[in-house]
Ligand binder design. Sequence first.
Ligand SMILES: [Zn+2]
Length: 358
Amino acid sequence: MIDVAELPSPLLYEGVVGQERVVTQLRRAAHQPVHAYLFTGPPGSGKRRAALGLAASLLCPNGGDGTCRVCAQVLSETHIDVVVMERSGAYIRVDEAREIGRVASLTPVDGPRKVLILTDFHLVENAAPALLKTIEEPPASAVFIVLADHVPPELVTIASRCVRFEFSALGEDEIRDALEADGVSAAVAVEAARAAGGRLDRARLLAADPDVAARRAAWEAVPTRLDGTGAAVSVVTDELLALVQRAGGEALAARHAAEIAAIQERAALTGERPPARKELDARHRREQRRLRTDELRWGLATLAASYRDRAVRGRHPWEITGALTALTAIQEAAEALIRNPNETLLLQALLLRIQPPR
Ligand SMILES: [Zn+2]
């Protein structure tokens, strides 16, 4: 039995909410490091945040105190030996898998180990064989933390080479409680938790965004605004995309600015060279893009709920059939989002499909 006092600090896992069991397992696991870990669980369950915590405990010269330079840099994704690999397209490509192998083979700069965090590996598809060899025969200094929403057949062999940790979905109640603990008012916490689709990161942004209720109303009103004309489709599409543009963007931008200020302040205090802005800026851009996709996905889910109501309450058979057709079309549009489509064309095509005949 390991003495709790010797485990890496819980500070490393601050911000990983509702995953006490897996956090305890991870803190214990740092005592006997292996070369490959797999974290599975739904989006927003804290896998990436927890991966940084584990990486800090593996690199920290003090066994994961959560307070030293190394820990601070790892947790802010600015440590030179912690590389977060992200796909650039809808799936992970073979050349990206090879790049992972190349990066893994580079000698660490700051200490004896380097950690590669491989995100979205449920989208590994054809790239899995290219990566398997790297994970089976890793360079001695490399540790892999593979993140995946679930384990599709292509990932099974890689998964069998990893020590696995499972993250569970957060319930609305847990998200609401976490927001209230942040100091958010009860009414705002309830609305943000409901609109967050089980994701605490998104709930926090929504809670800082006063327009959630208005945006929900706009998506719910879509069925009443389509009159069978192309003009209406065009106007509604533009309005919805303008709402998506505004959603939470300011809150996220403010958070990014605060993060940059904190890093600069730390660099000024300690005299260390601040981390390269390029990586930080690239991550901030990815987060802005993800925010957009999340917002669009939530909008489509809100619209679907509105049609589901109509299907249930409809008095005429044509109302019910129309609502069911719309639900199918919305579902298909939501699935298409994963392929980074042109948002205007996607929404226009959807609204044309679901609008009533003139
Ligand atoms: Zn440390």
